[in-house]
Design a binder for this molecule. Sequence first.
Ligand SMILES: Cc1cc2nc3c(=O)[nH]c(=O)nc-3n(C[C@H](O)[C@H](O)[C@H](O)COP(=O)(O)OP(=O)(O)OC[C@H]3O[C@@H](n4cnc5c(N)ncnc54)[C@H](O)[C@@H]3O)c2cc1C
Length: 614
Amino acid sequence: MGLFGGRKTVFVDSDVLVIGGGMAGCGATYEARYWGRDLKVVCVEKAHIDRSGAVAQGLYAINTYMGMQWGENQPEDHVRYARNDLMGLVREDLGYDIARHVDSTVHKFEEWGLPIMKDPETGRYQREGKWQIMIHGESYKPIVAEAATKAATKVYNRIMVTHLLMDKTKAKRVAGAVGFNVRTGDFYVFRAKAVIICAGGASHIFKPRAAGEGMGRTWYAPWSSASCYALPILVGAKMMQMENRIVLTRFKDGYGPVGAYFLHLKTYTENAYGDEYESNWYEHTKEIVGDYVDRQPMPTCLRNHAILEEIRAGRGPIRMVTKEAFQDPHKEKVGWENFLGMTIGQAVVWASQNIDPKHTNPELTTSEPYVMGSHATCSGAWASGPEDCAPDDYQWGYNRMMTIDGLFGAGDTLGGAAHKFSSGSFTEGQIAAKAAVNYVNDLGKDQPQVSEAEYEDLKKTVFQPLENYEVGRNEIVAGTVSPSYLLPLHGLQRLEQIMDEYVGGIGANYLTNEPLLTRGLELLEMLKEDLDHLGAEDLHQLQRAWELQHRVLASESVTQHTMFRKETRWPGYYYRGDHPKLDDTDWHCFTLSRYDRESGDWNLEKAPVHHIID
Ligand SMILES: Cc1cc2nc3c(=O)[nH]c(=O)nc-3n(C[C@H](O)[C@H](O)[C@H](O)COP(=O)(O)OP(=O)(O)OC[C@H]3O[C@@H](n4cnc5c(N)ncnc54)[C@H](O)[C@@H]3O)c2cc1C
């Protein structure tokens, strides 16, 4: 077993295992206890649940709240909104299911101590926009994590899950997961009857705008390392819409949010010469996407598209006009507080660049692409829908169960339901947990079994990068360059460059085509071969090594899907140069894939989009 065979193995048994203690994971853990009073509910988290995931820094708004108690919106309205924003392609059953439950989730957050701002005149929650309500949310995550921690049998912090375990008696049934403690190096074998993956989305698969020492400054959480996709992909779960990456328009360099600025402060954008520019691109955009350009609100990708075109026409940068709004002391306060509650870095960037938004209109930028299932995009695993409203094509078992028995997901993990955000991700975790408890209760005597051979093999695989380093470290030829191993950072930079140049990143102006994608896949294949030679100097680097493994597999999936969809569905997120238009005749459908780890083949197919809301 090599140099590291003596490592301790810790066994943990559970009925429901939740992987990832972010928003969806907290929702799943909390709800699993509610429905499964006597069940063993375990949550395993790579960081520490109190401050982990995309909400770690806090938020200033809850982006999904219907306001049904005041008749503000109905769940059907939210489905229409998300469908419009995603250019017609969403799983309406999943979105509807979240929307009908999300308000009660938010009411719970308030009960648990989250300060939600109130409109002084109406007493209702203060709206930032039609769907968003404003919060004092610096402590949003610890508040939610407390509820999950109290509900869990145990939360295992600082353990990175690397692989799922499959049942030794039924090939398509999950039986648990393995991982390692990033502080002690102990190997963990989690045996479980049902597993809910809630491990966030994927940043750093495309080359980021910030390089070198600023590399951690990305819009999406830098620690969202695609585990939520790689774990199910590896065991053959079907994935959907992995081509549907997201590009965000944000304040330059700090990626500070623009939502409160547009919606609450009523700021607007202009080109470098102080002119309105969106109307310049109306005819051109109509040519590409047809009537979708007339939809209200304008889909997020099309707003990006106008910015990108205006910059290409030589009239960038695009600026946010803050000078007018910031003359109002209330708006000025809200503008700054917005950053202090969720992206302090943006305030620091402005201070360091002599930008006072009262006197200078700050620049905007478009981010590198990210892959996630909870924002204005919906990549992720293909899941069974709710019993009462999912069309037959979308229903094969328990709600939110993937195409692997006993394997559930929520939040960024699951595809099809865009605009979940923090509250919707928590809600989806609850929905998945309720179904997972039913699944466990229905198992009867037919319990999953883990195979000792499987987890012992995985133990060797998981620690191999430490061994590679130990054996090869004296062969360094220059600084960190070694003939016998690849450092995780070097592998990451190679991945990001491939994705950037071949799959439509910032360096390629978000543009790709079939020859580029074909070459990108070849280069990814070569990178995958080299991953067997990753070298990790310590446990931190071992974590980086496994994050890279997960990112590479998710990237391959993104590339395969991008190749399969022969149209430009979401201009502003990415462009297929060889198929530059939206094509509703052939591509008003979902794209699904399944990876076969034995052969390394990807099978892609189309699935129908059913509209259940008029
Ligand atoms: C910059 C930014 C701003 C946002 N603004 C808003 C906003 O204003 N309002 C709003 O409502 N929503 C907002 N969102 C969206 C919201 O944060 C996400 O929708 C939500 O956090 C997704 O929940 P999740 O559980 O899927 O992922 P996360 O909350 O990110 O949780 C994933 C968890 O999985 C853990 N994990 C990952 N890999 C592993 C592994 N291998 N093993 C164990 N654990 C693992 C991570 O450490 C993390 O704790 C924002 C997101 C970002 C990034």
